[in-house]
Write a protein that binds this ligand. Structure first.
Ligand code: NAI
Ligand code: MN
Ligand code: ZN
Length: 338
């Protein structure tokens, strides 16, 4: 079989590898579609501190089970599945409090262990979630990015009363936007970005108001309308954003951060305590695959609004380069395996 292997930073090969056999408790997935994410590019470029090389990248993938290991029902062969990349131990403290996404022994497919940019991938059977027949392949492959939004929103119980502000109209901002508007019915969702085309995508994904914060400071734009956001999600993840969010937030607001920057953020405590703000973080997803499958089954979210490009996996280098260079026209780029 062919696999997309990052041999070392900046060296990608389409390697011929032996067809893997599923171990006990595993299934083998014949991959049909996969999504390119920022973290794939970071591993490719050597910017992911968790990555070890060589590595088959890809943690957003969908396919068919074509073999099962010992202890897994043979009836699962042929099942359409989407794969949760989070592999956890099940018994450490974070696992015991429902946060397998930060397990002490966390293994993420496509990061710590070979992932889904491959004609076949073996994964724990419990990570392979059956996709109902009514959900098309193109939507199934988008479940993982929406689980990030399910995790972000699940931290803060959004309500119709909220006035939400999302920083960043990339895939993460847009999945969060769809969740807030269409799952939680938040009345007003504002999206800030510095790229006009991305803001246009936010409008197509349901934003009530978009602000180009390169052209006008956010504080000024919000003050003009007398708006203090009650829920702020940082899906742009620059270290300076947290303090700005603290300053812009309504008293009693919640803020969710999801960035991995190692640069310090300067925070003024008074701004947090004075308004009794709650600051949450969100990493990957904690058991959110069934949640998002349900959102899709009820047609609450529309992943097709995020997909801008599709490439055959043999053109993966072109696909990643386009994804990296053209944020104006690219959002989610899919790879097809046939
Ligand atoms: P992206 O790079 O496609 O989107 C980020 C957007 O933010 C861009 O459109 C950019 O123009 C905009 N932006 C940058 N600085 C801004 C600012 N100061 N104000 C407003 N907008 C600004 O990235 P993607 O895939 O949407 O991911 C967003 C972030 O989320 C990344 O930093 C990524 O590392 C992080 N992430 C975190 C995850 C988690 O589980 N915690 C999972 C996936 C991504
Ligand atoms: Mn991803
Ligand atoms: Zn654990």
């Amino acid at each position: 079989m062919k696999s997309v292997v990052i041999e070392q930073p900046n060296q990608l090969t389409l390697a011929e590898r032996p067809l893997p056999q599923p171990a006990a408790g595993e299934v083998r997935v014949k991959v049909k579609l996969a999504g390119i994410c920022g973290s794939d590019s970071h591993i490719y470029r050597g910017h992911n501190p968790f990555a070890k090389y060589p590595r088959v990248i890809g943690h957003e993938f969908y396919g068919l089970i074509d073999a099962v290991g010992e202890g897994v029902s043979a009836e699962r062969v042929g099942e359409r599945v989407v794969v949760d990349p989070v592999i956890s131990c099940g018994h450490c403290y974070p696992c015991s409090v429902g946060k397998p996404n930060v397990c002490n022994e966390l293994v993420v497919l496509g990061v710590h262990r070979d992932g889904g940019f491959s004609e076949y991938a073996t994964v724990p059977a419990r990570n392979a979630w059956a996709v109902p027949a009514a959900i098309p392949d193109e939507n199934a492959v988008m479940i993982e990015p929406f689980t990030i939004a399910a995790n972000v929103t699940g931290q803060v119980n959004p309500t119709e009363k909220d006035i939400a502000l999302i920083y960043g109209a990339g895939p993460m901002g847009l999945t969060t936007l769809q969740a807030l508007k269409n799952v939680y019915n938040v009345q007003q969702v504002i999206v800030a970005d510095r790229i006009e085309e991305r803001l246009a995508m936010a409008q197509r994904n349901g934003a009530d108001w978009v602000i180009n914060n390169r052209q006008q400071p956010l504080a000024e734009a919000l003050a003009e309308q007398g708006i203090k956001p009650t829920l702020i999600v940082d899906a742009a993840c620059h270290p300076s954003i947290l303090q700005e969010a603290i300053a812009l937030a309504s008293p009693a607001a919640r803020i969710v951060i999801m960035g991995f920057s190692s640069e310090p953020s300067q925070i003024i405590q008074q701004g947090i305590t004075g308004k009794e703000l709650s600051i949450f973080s969100s990493r990957l997803n904690a058991g959110k695959f069934p949640v998002v499958i349900d959102w899709l089954a009820r047609a609450l979210i529309d992943p097709t609004k995020l997909v801008t490009h599709k490439f055959d996996y043999q053109h993966v280098t072109d696909a990643i380069e386009l994804f990296e260079k053209d944020q104006r026209h690219c959002c989610k780029v899919l790879l097809t395996f046939n």
